[in-house]
Write a protein of this length. Structure first.
Length: 314
């Protein structure tokens, strides 16, 4: 088969392998997971927006994380839930391209946001006297603009480069659409796309990894040298959780992307890791940051009390 990439073509996603018995439990679990993700991330988002106490650089940066998580969850869950109910794994080419773009924007956004949060914690702990100057409102806006501009421009270019090819195949080798699986459908020489893909991996994966390792190395050094046990324990506890979240996302995303370039890698492992990148960060991010951050947890409680109180009948 050969057709223009811009044509309305039906593509077939990899089978979910669900039996008739497991179909409805899987649909129920997926639906509840999606609703939980959206509800919890929305709570974090609203708590930060409505609380004046949280109008600080750390929480303004954190505000972008639930936005990114909800984009990723919405790009993935509704279509896969529909596939389970209808037992139909078909998706149009335009819908597949949009899903791939949103999923890549989500993954890239999370990595860049977590990197900015690591930098914020580094300044707060290692350079506290200069914190207000370095993380001023103007600088904070610049950081956010760079994050989203870099994200959208790189991912937009990555996906747009596919439009110059014709499709020779229609079977997507993953459970959802992404750039590597779409690239496997096209005809012609894809070396430029592969080189640009490696470039984006180096920028989006390598850059944040260097920043995260450096900042947390400096934070650990400062904490060890701190003579106040309580301050040391609090810093390590807060930043340790953040570091684990960053590294898990980094490793899973990197292995998933590189696995497409290595034929010997198990397709099952690649798909499992790919799905884990879309499910676990959006699920656990609001729990980790909502429960581990005392100010945010208190603001969420106040928001819930206010809304519950407002709904009570007189």
């Amino acid at each position: 088969m050969s057709t223009n990439a811009s044509s309305v073509v039906l593509l077939t996603l990899e089978s979910l392998g669900l039996s008739n018995v497991s179909m409805y439990p899987a649909f129920l679990l997926g639906t509840l997971t999606y609703l939980f993700i959206m509800l919890c991330n929305l709570l974090v988002l609203l708590a930060i927006v409505h609380s004046k106490k949280l109008q600080k650089p750390m929480f303004i940066l954190l505000l972008n994380l639930p936005i990114s998580d909800m984009v990723g969850a919405t790009a993935f869950f509704p279509h896969i839930m529909l596939s389970i109910v209808t037992q139909n794994r078909l998706i149009s080419h335009p819908a597949c391209v949009i899903q791939a773009f949103l999923i890549h924007v989500y993954g890239t956004g999370n990595l860049l946001i977590l990197t900015a949060m690591a930098y914020d914690r580094y300044i707060a702990i290692c350079c506290p006297l200069r914190y207000n100057t370095i993380m001023s409102p103007n600088n904070l806006i610049k950081i956010l603009v760079i994050i989203w501009l870099l994200n959208l421009s790189l991912m937009g270019t990555l996906i747009a480069m596919l439009s110059r090819f014709k499709l020779c195949r229609t079977h997507i080798v993953d459970l959802y659409c992404n750039n590597p699986s779409l690239l496997k459908l096209v005809c012609g020489d894809t070396r430029v796309n592969n080189y640009f893909g490696l470039f984006t991996i180096a920028i989006i994966q390598g850059g944040p990894l260097v920043v995260i390792l450096y900042t947390y190395g400096q934070i650990l050094r400062t904490c060890v040298m701190n003579s106040q046990p309580d301050a040391r324990r609090k810093a390590i506890q807060t930043c340790g959780t953040h570091l684990v979240v960053c590294l898990i996302l980094e490793i899973n995303t990197f292995v998933t992307l590189i696995a497409h370039r290595i034929d010997s890698v198990s397709p099952f492992m690649r798909r499992a890791l790919g799905v884990s990148v879309l499910v676990f960060p959006p699920f656990f991010d609001p729990i980790i940051y909502g429960l581990k951050t005392a100010e945010l947890k208190e603001s969420i409680k106040m928001l819930l009390r206010r809304n519950i109180g407002a709904t009570k009948p007189f």
